[in-house]
Design a protein around this ligand. Structure first.
Ligand code: PEP
Ligand code: MG
Length: 589
């Protein structure tokens, strides 16, 4: 931490690039916008209703106190405050929220959010301006109750109608995927690392973010001015005028450079000596396809399907899954999409799966292990994939494979799902490529045998690094040790590529390592023919590859593979001559 006048500079981990400047909004203390939804067991419903009633009672008492202490000069506001008092017990909010808790077995916060949203919409639909004005009253009243429910101090919620920088201890991937882009400029968190799923989503949403800041959520106050420099992993709280000006200019230059590179994103990634690398995008939601196409992606190399399972209270149905897969397949046509089957647990636990509190979630019932133990859940997804495959451009990929049995078992269930659809006369196709993720060290060791079972390998360097180096990818205490450029990881990649060549199995990297332009000389030199990455990285990675020579990169990779330490690898990478860029992002000749 560095103090420059009143400003405080904190160094964290870059979660997502870009620069933003805005006012802080503390999620954890105020937290009325990011509300959690969960199911309440039937025998606790009474208790939940009582919890709601006491939150309302407390809010009423607080407001009565405000009214009683209202200074003379503000008495003309009395009617508004009294109308708020009446609203607390208004049928539309009070009774409906209680009904929702009882009938839908949901928590009080969610029930309140739901009825308040409905009530707001109803008033907004009415043409009368007076009634439209009541929307603000509903917001204020429901926020007051919400603050009591989530146990936070009253703050002026009215101030957050501007675009803010979220400040939180931590954001779960589900929180992040619910972020309203029009209200959030970027975010900073105490916890988290570069390859945590939260930062992956941040990159997809193009939200500048810095993570792993330690105790930033305790240092920052609401409305503090914050600069988030996601490029250098820096956060500046209460910047001086001089720093503000400097960063405004930096932000402008960065955006200009990105825009220039983006303009060239449709040009293929062909090296100076004529080798073309296929570059694809990673997505979590169907809406992100636009970003893959805009940034020049040639298909989707990783569709993380678990996000359709998060942010809800039950498993999605086959039709819901099918609709999304079909939409993705249709939109990306004639390019293809690799649908990765469910990779939940680890850092993506589902609230509605009981018994998911494991001591070591990353080593627990995650991904394919969960699916093989819950064939009911898995078959629903496989049937949806098979149905979407009728569109002709779908591939399937199994995550976290650690050995041959898991692949055989998964393929057996896939066949079984196909037979069911056949018997039911539902259109489907099983004529598609099957791949696995190589992200557990045992899969690298067994790659020769695994190659006999599949059409392609996709190396998940995020998990491969985590499991090879025994470093939790989301733990900031060990984040400085987490590095995909570790010689062990590089040698594993080399080994997998060699197996792929020998058995005619395509090899791709879809971990975050592929999103980093500086890694291109080594990945090109290791002879990876395909890379799949955060869509926003596509233009800059393409630009980098176009400036490289394949034959030079091969020689370079051979030398790097002789290195035995991360520092040796990184200093060699630094000494590699990159195609230099000027301020506008055009290579110098
Ligand atoms: C990986 O592990 O590298 C990967 C791409 O999968 P995920 O990040 O979803 O675990
Ligand atoms: Mg993974």
């Amino acid at each position: 931490m560095e103090d420059k006048g009143l400003e405080t500079v904190l160094k964290g981990i870059s979660g997502s690039p870009g620069i933003c400047i805005g006012q802080a909004y503390l999620v954890d203390r105020e937290g009325v916008d990011v509300v959690e939804k969960y199911n309440v067991p039937p025998d606790s419903i009474r208790e939940e209703v009582n919890r709601f009633k006491s939150a309302v009672k407390k809010a009423e008492d607080e407001l009565i106190e405000v009214i009683e202490e209202l200074p003379e000069e503000l008495h003309h506001h009395l009617t508004i405050l009294e109308s708020h008092l009446a609203l607390f017990k208004d049928k539309m909010l009070y009774e409906r929220a209680i009904d929702a808790i009882r009938e839908e077995c949901i928590n009080a916060e969610w029930a309140l959010k739901k009825v308040a949203t409905r009530a707001k919409a109803m008033f907004l639909d009415i043409a009368d301006p007076y009634l439209q004005g009541r929307v603000d009253d509903i917001v204020q009243v429901s926020d007051r109750i919400m603050m009591n429910l989530v146990g936070v101090e009253a703050v002026n919620i009215g101030n957050i109608d501007k675009r803010v920088v979220l400040v939180a201890k931590d954001l779960t991937p589900a929180d992040t995927s619910r972020i309203q882009l029009e209200r959030v400029k970027g975010f900073i968190t105490d916890r988290g690392g570069k390859t945590s799923h939260t930062s992956i989503i941040a990159r997809t949403l193009e939200l500048p973010s810095v993570m792993g800041l330690g105790n930033v959520s305790a240092l920052v106050k609401n409305d503090d001015i914050i600069i988030v420099d996601g490029n250098d992993g820096l956060v500046i709280i209460d910047p001086s005028d001089e720093t503000l000006l400097e960063y405004e200019a930096k932000k402008h230059r960065y955006e200009l450079r990105r825009a220039n590179i983006k303009r060239r994103s449709k040009i293929p990634a062909t090296t100076m000596d004529g080798v073309t690398i296929k570059l694809m995008g990673n997505i979590e939601l169907a809406e992100e396809i636009v970003s893959v196409m805009d940034n020049g992606g040639e298909g989707i190399g990783l569709f993380r399907t678990e996000f359709q399972y998060l942010s809800r209270s039950h498993f999605p149905t086959e039709d819901e899954l099918y609709e999304q897969y079909r939409e993705v397949a249709e939109l990306i046509f004639p390019e293809s999409v690799v649908i990765r089957t469910l990779d939940i647990n680890g850092d993506k636990a589902l609230a509605y799966v009981r018994d998911n509190d494991e001591e070591n979630p990353a080593l627990g019932l995650r991904a394919i292990r969960f699916c093989l133990q819950r064939p009911d859940v898995f078959m629903t997804q496989l049937r949806a994939v098979l149905r979407a495959a009728a569109f002709g451009n779908v591939r399937v990929m199994f995550p976290m494979i650690s050995g041959v049995e898991e692949v055989l078992e998964a393929k057996k269930l896939l066949k079984e799902a196909a037979s069911q659809l056949e018997a039911e006369g539902i259109p489907y196709s099983e004529n598609f490529e099957i791949g696995i993720m190589i992200e557990v060290p045992s899969a690298v060791v067994m790659a020769e045998r695994l190659a006999e079972e599949v059409d392609f390998f996709s190396i998940g360097t995020n998990d491969l690094t985590q499991y090879t180096l025994a470093i939790d990818r989301g733990n900031r205490k060990v984040a400085h040790l987490y590095n995909s450029l570790h010689p062990a990881v590089l040698r594993m990649i080399k080994q997998v590529v060699e197996v792929g060549k020998k058995h005619d199995v395509r090899v791709c990297i879809c971990g975050e390592m592929a999103s980093e332009p500086a890694n291109m000389p080594i990945l090109l030199g290791l002879e990876l023919g395909e890379l799949s990455m955060t869509p926003q990285s596509l233009p800059v990675v393409k630009e980098m590859l176009r400036g490289l020579s394949f034959s030079e990169a091969r020689k370079f990779a051979a030398k790097i593979l002789e290195e035995t330490s991360i520092s040796g690898v990184t200093s060699m990478m630094e000494s590699f001559v990159y195609p230099e860029e000027n301020e506008n992002g055009t290579p110098r000749t």
